[in-house]
Ligand binder design. Structure first.
Ligand SMILES: Cc1ncc(COP(=O)(O)O)c(C=O)c1O
Length: 330
């Protein structure tokens, strides 16, 4: 466990940092007794409702942007360049945060321009973001670099927010999120959440370590294998240690990282039998909506772990809902 003096220094630094008022916090924590009973689970189940963040259709990216946007504004940035797929929740949340902060948002989108805009793509347009389409995921980074040059040539002050806002600064949103959860009186034994680019996991495991909470954080991957996500989580957490003035070593050594890609199924964004079961059960029994790209697979992971005992029967379990419900209308 991390030294309490080091944790104190890091959390005091975090408390002094500006965060943008994008929505109202804390987000609710509800019980999911009906879901647990319907599935025959004996664990106590709770849900942290980041899907209900009251800004820009919410989700985990809003938490990250609360720290990223003030930092960019302090640097004099007036144009934010980011990237994602056609239905990226991150791109939509960034477009929303920019709109509400007086910044221009430019999105480098991998995929084909849709004939009819739906879901997040429609919201991006309404939010005033500009989109440029590139062919594949590998074209996104060079596309963003070129966009920076174009905007600079126009006399603007652009900056890139990388994929998923999964930077140490963005992950601070989830370090703070753990403090918020504890303040609400929740002390789960296990936190389960959807992960991909690693920022949410990095913030949660770092937050758990800094608050010296004895909890497992299980990230259910939407795409990449555990080794890749875990390496990313460690790198982001090291950056958090540097940002918060305690260095990377003590922090990274204290992390308990668990990532599981067993619920991806045939591929990113493709439903599985387990994600269908999770989506239907969450809606039928709790009126909670989860999407097949991220949160239905994460909930499917939680259900499987509870059923087969990888999460013990007497555990208190918190499903951290990371949003993504806009995809249901895509
Ligand atoms: C709804 C939802 N959940 C989870 C994730 C994964 O978060 P991260 O990229 O921080 O690992 C994303 C991001 O892509 C998302 O949109």
């Amino acid at each position: 466990m991390i030294d309490s003096a080091i944790a104190k220094i890091a959390l005091a630094d975090l408390a002094r940092r500006p965060s943008a008022a994008l929505g109202h916090f804390p987000t609710p924590i509800d019980s999911m007794n009906r879901l647990g009973a319907a599935l025959g689970l004996s664990q106590r189940l709770f849900i942290k409702r980041d899907d209900a963040i009251s800004f820009g259709f919410g989700g985990n990216k809003v938490r990250k942007l609360r720290y990223v946007i003030p930092d960019l504004i302090a640097q004099g940035v007036d144009t934010v360049i980011t990237c994602g797929g056609v239905q990226s929740n991150h791109a939509r949340a960034t477009a929303a945060a920019c709109a509400a902060s007086g910044l221009h948002c430019h999105i480098v989108v991998n995929g084909t321009p849709p004939e009819h805009l739906t879901g997040n793509a429609l919201l991006n347009q309404l939010l005033g973001a500009t989109c440029e389409y590139v062919t594949g995921r590998l074209d996104r980074k060079p596309g963003m670099a070129q966009a920076v040059e174009r905007y600079r040539a126009q006399g603007r002050r652009p900056a890139i927010v990388p994929l998923g806002a999964s930077t140490p600064m963005g992950a601070l949103g989830f370090v703070a999120g753990v403090g918020e959860m504890l303040h609400q009186g929740a002390r789960p034994d296990v936190i389960v959440h959807a992960c991909s680019s690693g920022g949410t996991s990095a913030g949660l495991v770092t937050g758990v370590a800094l608050h010296r909470l004895d909890a497992r954080v299980i990230g259910i991957s939407a795409d990449d294998p555990p080794a890749a996500v875990e390496a990313e989580v460690r790198a982001i957490a090291a950056g958090i240690g540097d940002l918060l003035g305690v260095g990377s070593t003590a922090l990274v050594d204290a992390l308990r990282i668990e990532v599981d890609d067993a619920f991806v199924g045939p591929g990113y964004g493709q439903p599985t039998d387990a994600s269908r079961e999770a989506q239907t059960a969450a809606a039928h029994h709790e009126a909670v909506f989860v999407d097949h790209t991220y949160t239905a697979k994460a909930l499917a992971g939680l259900i499987a772990y509870c059923r087969d005992g990888r999460i013990p029967a007497d555990a208190t379990v918190l499903f951290w809902h990371t949003g993504g419900q806009v995809a249901l209308f895509a």
